[in-house]
Design a protein around this ligand. Structure first.
Ligand code: UGA
Length: 441
């Protein structure tokens, strides 16, 4: 099938590429000429495992192309996906101006002669957006165009996007028309995954409700971690014990510094706002946000308590990205932590395997040095903080770390380092929701 993907951000680029991988012919559209030019030359705007190879092979196979010409893509393709940003406004409501703008451009390009077209919303949007997109297209297009609007939310995670797309748990298609549903089922036929067929509004709600529930799960275990710290219990054992109950599951029960990224903070806020607008507030999600913010504050308080004064202290931070396997620093808790340490006068040296460049931009104006080597980063440091769950931090040579540090203090904000190994080499090991371990003197 011929598919158009409007927007080559995280979702658009990876989804478009995976559609090409399963045999569709995909035209990816973006209004950023530089980006389109770079993509044509095989230059990636983001780091995502396996994506680059897949783009290169599908471009050379003639199944994937990049263009700025939206109208041509609409003329050529029967199914048109919208995957443009839906950033939050200051009040938490969702900015739908990009969606509206693209809808109008699609409307301009549609003519009755083209035949049937399905416009699919892939971006995360508040419930009832699909209906509004349809109204906009109807209002601005020629009389007699044959078009329907579908919601098809995306559940990929950054860092494992290609795998998530190729092996999804489920595919959600929301439509109030059987004709559009049948066409969408053909799009997804090559993927071996269950399809959840629902109405337009339910599909839109599934996305907000899913992300908010996952954020709630993280805040729940983080709130439990605070109790564990007071009670002398171990949050990892509690997570294991409750996670083995299939109704609960162990996934997304990793206690840490809290959730970040371009999705959870925005979508929890967006859902709170939508629910309020509809007159059915989701107070529970306000608590999710409160716990998330408190998690970082409590951690900072513990570092402060250990060092007494942060001014002029050399603090090494491992991790800048909002999670492992990505260079994305949007709403990264690690970035927030670094900024707070700098504001309190600490001299911060940070390292991240992929987010050095994006991190430097996000931290411009702060007293932070970004290191190219994780061991150089800890040289003469008084504390090492692990802020992102990169695998290479979990398997670090802790003896090398201990030998380079000025004081042997390790704060593991992601519970990924083996505490016994840390104390074995002489490091004091502070983590989330567990007792502090001290080396034997
Ligand atoms: C999230 C969802 O997991 C995807 O299903 C969804 O498609 C995506 O948002 C989106 O709406 O586009 P993503 O933001 O890429 O994906 O990353 P996650 O792996 O969900 O992690 C989000 C944050 O939660 C990270 O900061 C991570 O460190 C944190 N986290 C995750 C925890 O603190 N504990 C956990 O147990 C899991």
């Amino acid at each position: 099938m011929k598919l158009a993907m409007i927007g080559t951000g995280y979702v658009g680029l990876t989804t478009g590429t995976c559609f090409a991988e399963v045999g569709h012919k995909v035209v990816c559209v973006d209004n950023n000429e530089e980006k389109v030019k770079a993509l044509r030359q095989g230059k990636m705007p983001i780091y995502e495992p396996d994506l680059e190879e897949m783009i290169v092979s599908n471009v050379s196979a003639g199944r994937l192309e990049f263009t700025t010409d939206l109208a041509a893509a609409v003329r050529e393709c029967e199914v048109i996906f919208i995957a443009v940003p839906t950033p939050p406004h200051d009040d938490g409501s969702v900015d739908l101006s990009y969606i509206e703008g693209v809808s109008r451009e699609i409307a301009d390009a549609l003519t009755p002669e083209l035949g049937y077209r399905v416009v699919v919303d892939k971006s995360t949007v508040p419930v009832s957006t699909g209906t509004k997109v349809y109204q906009v297209i109807e209002r601005y297009s020629h009389q007699g165009v044959d078009v329907e609007v579908v919601s098809n939310p995306e559940f990929l995670r950054e860092g494992s996007a290609v795998n998530d797309l190729m092996n999804p748990d489920r595919i959600v298609i929301g439509s109030d028309s059987q004709r559009a549903m049948d066409l969408m089922k053909r799009v997804y036929q090559p993927f071996n995954a269950p399809i959840v067929e629902v109405d337009l509004a339910s599909a839109e709600l599934i996305k907000h409700a899913a992300n908010s529930f996952l954020a709630l799960k993280i805040s729940y275990i983080n709130a439990v971690s605070a109790v564990c710290e007071k009670a002398g219990a171990d949050v990892e054992l509690v997570a294991k014990g409750i996670g083995m109950d299939k109704r609960i599951s162990r996934h997304f029960l990793n206690a840490g510094l809290g959730y970040g990224g371009s999705c959870f903070p925005k979508d929890v806020k967006g859902f709170i706002n939508v629910a309020e607008q509809l007159g059915s507030p989701m107070e529970i999600l306000k608590e999710v946000e409160r716990v998330n913010a408190a998690q970082l504050e409590r951690f900072l308080g513990r570092i402060r308590k250990k060092l007494w004064v942060l001014r002029n202290k050399k603090i090494a931070v491992w991790g800048i990205a909002f999670k492992q396997n990505t260079d994305d620093v949007r709403e990264s808790v690690a970035v927030k932590l670094i900024k707070r340490l700098c504001e309190e006068g600490a001299e911060v040296v940070a390292y991240d395997p992929k987010a050095a460049e994006t991190g430097a931009q996000a931290l411009a104006g702060y007293n932070v040095t970004i290191c190219q080597d994780m061991y150089e980063c800890v040289q003469d440091a008084e504390v090492l903080v692990v802020a992102t769950e990169w695998k290479q931090f979990a398997t670090a040579n802790l003896l090398k770390v201990r030998e380079r540090m000025r004081l042997p203090i390790l704060f593991d904000g992601r519970n990924i380092i083996h505490g016994e190994n840390a104390v074995h080499v002489g490091l004091e090991y502070h983590s989330i929701g567990r007792k502090t371990l001290y080396p034997q003197s």
